[in-house]
Design a protein around this ligand. Structure first.
Ligand SMILES: Cc1cc2nc3c(=O)[nH]c(=O)nc-3n(C[C@H](O)[C@H](O)[C@H](O)COP(=O)(O)O)c2cc1C
Length: 344
């Protein structure tokens, strides 16, 4: 019986979002606990390694899903989460109930229905009380901040444009993207990565990405400024969004995991309230690379300038924008992306 609860909780965790849908984690049931591990083998060859905030945000989202699934089913759960150990272990969950209601209807829980929506949103403002409901999910360590004015939204659009261009000019990020992009039915059937059909790309962008999936070809295309075209496509829907929401917290592993929990909490609630959500990670990634000193010297100046502008405009002091979201209403609900089947 306990095993079936743990399978259920792991299934909830597995629905968490991750950059490129890479699902860099796995679960084991051990000593009557469900244990969450970062998949270090998978991360070893990846640009997004175990310390990268993108990986830690995903771990935070897995933790949040498991906690929510337990709360909604009145499962008494003892848990802890922490920076990944050498084995990759980063959280455990132990069910304390002797008996529990067997009402676990996956489809009824909002967390199983959360998804990314990359379609254009309709022209409709978000009522302030709805926005406040989201912003009030902020915690002492991680804050949700909304950007609604034309000025702030167009600033974000400009920042994303800069960061996105840099991304398409950086070999190891492009190679990571090459791994995540799934084009053929066989690739999609691996149940990880980004099914190109779910990316809502125009025919031309889809063709460019398929053609320039390998860095060698991308770097050739870049001689014709293709990185500018792809970056333009990435920001296409930003200016028409009624609101952007950022997650701001201090730098560091515990704050990144906390931000991941908040990301998932906000995203689930927003979808439940009928709002669509699309994350944008390019700015956070480039600023992180700058702090780590891993930007190529030819691109460093523009990202240093970007970082300066963001800190000044948003009045940030020793704080980091972990991720940005476009939030609004859409008349279409995209298909759910696939996940690996859970084994514990
Ligand atoms: C940390 C993080 C960064 C992401 N960055 C982007 C992004 O820059 N652009 C985008 O379209 N989707 C982004 N995504 C969305 C993922 O691609 C998406 O969550 C994943 O493919 C699973 O799909 P789902 O959210 O519909 O379940 C990001 C997700 C996470 C967790």
């Amino acid at each position: 019986m306990q095993n079936s609860i743990y399978s259920y909780l792991a299934k909830a965790g597995q629905r968490a979002p991750s950059a490129g849908n890479m699902q860099p984690w796995f679960f084991h049931e051990k000593n009557n606990q469900l244990v969450l591990y970062m998949d270090l083998e998978k991360l070893e060859d990846s640009y997004f390694n175990r310390e990268h905030p993108v990986t830690l945000l995903a771990v935070g989202a897995v933790v949040e899903n498991i906690i929510q699934a337990a709360q909604l089913n009145e499962i008494d759960l003892e848990f802890d989460y922490f920076p990944p150990q050498d084995s990759g272990k980063c959280a455990f969950f132990q069910v304390k109930n002797k008996s529990f209601k067997r009402a676990m209807k996956a489809e009824r829980l909002a967390l199983f229905n959360r998804r990314t929506n990359r379609l254009p949103f309709i022209k409709k403002a978000i009522p302030q009380n709805i926005l406040d409901e989201l912003l009030n999910l902020s915690t002492a360590n991680a804050q949700l901040v909304a950007y609604q004015s034309k000025e702030k939204i167009s600033l974000w659009s400009k920042w994303l444009y800069t960061a996105s261009q840099t991304r398409f000019r950086t070999p190891n990020i492009h190679q990571w993207f090459e791994q995540t992009l799934k084009v053929t039915p066989e690739e999609v059937a691996t149940r990880e990565g980004l099914d190109i059909k779910l990316l809502e790309l125009s025919a031309i962008v889809s063709l460019i990405l398929k053609t320039a999936q390998a860095w060698k070809k991308m770097s050739l295309c870049n001689k014709f400024y293709i990185y500018k075209l792809l970056a333009k496509f990435e920001i296409l829907n930003i200016n028409a969004a009624p609101a952007l929401i950022g997650i701001i917290a201090s730098p560091g592993i515990p704050f990144a995991i906390e931000s991941g929990r908040l990301m998932e909490k906000m995203w689930i609630k927003a979808n439940e309230l009928g709002l669509s959500v699309q994350p944008y990670y390019a700015v956070s990634d480039q600023v992180y690379r700058l702090k780590k000193g891993i930007i190529s010297s030819s691109l460093e100046e523009s990202i240093a300038h970007l970082d300066n502008e963001i800190n000044t405009a948003l009045k940030l002091k020793n704080a980091f924008v972990y991720i940005l979201f476009r939030v609004g209403y859409c008349d279409k609900n995209p298909k759910k992306s696939l996940r690996h089947l859970v084994k514990i």
